[in-house]
Design a binder for this molecule. Structure first.
Ligand code: NAP
Length: 293
């Protein structure tokens, strides 16, 4: 039987409605959540991500402070802007769009963000808190994946989860969230990567397969067991002359064939993507709520 498709857009829309209610509650206390957004340079993909994030902020009533800086911006200038935002009470969350131009040290920049405003959750203080199970902002894409599972009624506790990919923004934090002894976790997690011997041997045993490898067709139907839940984090461009842009977006999973075997599956686009921005909004509202206490 074909899998049920997890509608990330719908789940994200429901979460954003809930956030609007929380924002209305904060407004009664005179607080408007604020997100400071910094984009350095003109990378087209980064520009469209930043625009989408700002649009999402406006739609639910988050104040967005837009800073589009030229490619030639020095590290000193960027750090000065972050410092200004760290002190600005109207700004509760700071987002520096990555990647940064080569002459800027990404680690120095991420370390400069006040951990209380680090809504992307890349600061080592927040990473450390997540790993040790303390309350912290959770990184947006991994948290979005976990929320998709929960809101789709998937039992995470006790599940065998195989994550394909070990990056700092996707695979590693996902594994950390899913092994915690709390309602988002309690899974048994295997993290696979390019040095994993016989990837399929692992994925075939999984109740939940999460693909975050960055290559189309990394996960094919023969690699999953009947009834598995399959979450596709991947976003890859493949040539498509039938499209005006000349390309279309696909995930890491061979969706058409895997959906015939899985019980639940996320599409690309329309699965994990909408949740990533939603969790950024969620963290910004949470940061404002904490600042208003
Ligand atoms: P990344 O930094 O390139 O990491 C990819 C990981 O996958 C690496 O750990 C790599 O292993 C592993 N890998 C690659 N091919 C593999 C294979 N055939 N078998 C096993 N492991 C393999 O990528 P990323 O930043 O995590 O992103 C992954 C994908 O998710 C990309 O398509 C990206 O666009 C997408 N993404 C989407 C969202 C969203 O909001 N939807 C957010 C973030 C990322 P090694 O470590 O051994 O090299």
């Amino acid at each position: 039987m074909a899998a049920k498709i997890i509608d990330g857009k719908q789940i994200a829309a429901e979460m954003r409605e809930q956030l609007k209610i929380e924002i209305a509650g904060l407004a009664k206390k005179g607080v408007v959540p604020g997100l400071g957004v910094i984009l350095v340079g003109g990378d087209p993909a980064s520009k469209s991500y930043v625009t989408a994030k700002q649009k999402a902020c406006q739609e639910i009533g988050i104040y967005s402070d837009d800073n589009r800086l030229p490619e030639t911006t020095s590290q000193k200038e960027l750090l000065a802007l972050i410092n200004k935002m760290n002190k600005d009470p109207k700004i509760h969350g700071i987002l520096v769009q990555l990647p940064l131009p080569k002459h800027i040290n990404e680690t120095d920049v991420l370390l400069a963000i006040d951990p209380a405003k680090d809504v992307d959750s890349f600061h080592p203080i927040n990473v450390g808190k997540m790993v040790t199970g303390q309350k912290a902002f959770l990184p947006c894409t991994p948290h979005g994946v976990v929320q998709l599972l929960i809101k789709s009624g998937v039992k995470i506790e006790g599940a065998n989860v195989v994550i394909v990919g070990r990056s700092n923004i996707a695979g590693k934090p996902l594994a950390n969230i899913l092994i915690q002894k709390n309602p988002l976790g309690n899974a048994t997690v295997t993290v696979c990567h390019t040095r994993t011997k016989n990837l399929a041997e692992h994925t075939k045993k999984a109740d939940i397969v999460i693909a975050a490898a960055g290559y189309p067709n990394t996960i094919t139907a023969d690699m999953i067991k009947d009834g598995a839940v399959v979450i596709d984090v991947g976003v890859n461009r493949v040539d498509d002359p039938s499209k005006k842009s000349g390309y279309r977006l696909v995930g890491d999973v061979d969706f058409e064939n895997v959906k015939e075997k899985a019980s639940l599956i996320t599409p690309v686009p329309g699965g994990v993507g909408p949740m990533t921005i939603t969790m950024l909004l969620y963290n910004t509202v949470e940061a404002a709520r904490l600042a208003a206490r």
